[in-house]
Write a protein that binds this ligand. Sequence first.
Ligand code: DQA
Length: 148
Amino acid sequence: MKLLVINGPNINMLGIREKNIYGDGSFEDLQHYILEVCKKHNVECELFQSNHEGEIVDKIQEAYSNVDAILINPAAYTHTSVAILDALSAVCIPCAEVHLSDIYIREEFRHHSYVSLVAKKTFCGMGFKGYKKAIEFLVDYCYNESIK
Ligand code: DQA
């Protein structure tokens, strides 16, 4: 199974940005963690991070016919980007949404997620563990789809 993991703006600042919200782990730590989980589940993983909406849209489009599943933490674009929602809808690749923090108990403007409209499942408020849960969910989801 091929998985594309997309992290949006400022996720590369983990370990520096608001540690009380996002924890002490660095972005490098997160990348290692994701790769370890993927290795355990025999998942081929591509990691992608961008601070630019259009680059994220391009990456999702490139995934068409090339990957089996997408895990995305769209970060601030979660709450604003119809373009990322449209790209995910266009490629029809099963997708799981992850947020390190619990967006539903934070400021009201974070309560709405465009990506949730297309995501098969959303994991939030679990820190790094949310990525593990999302990878395991997508592995199960793809397996069940393939034996249907
Ligand atoms: C985030 C939550 C977003 O509201 C925020 O803009 C982020 C990170 C999270 O992982 O908790 O940058 O997606």
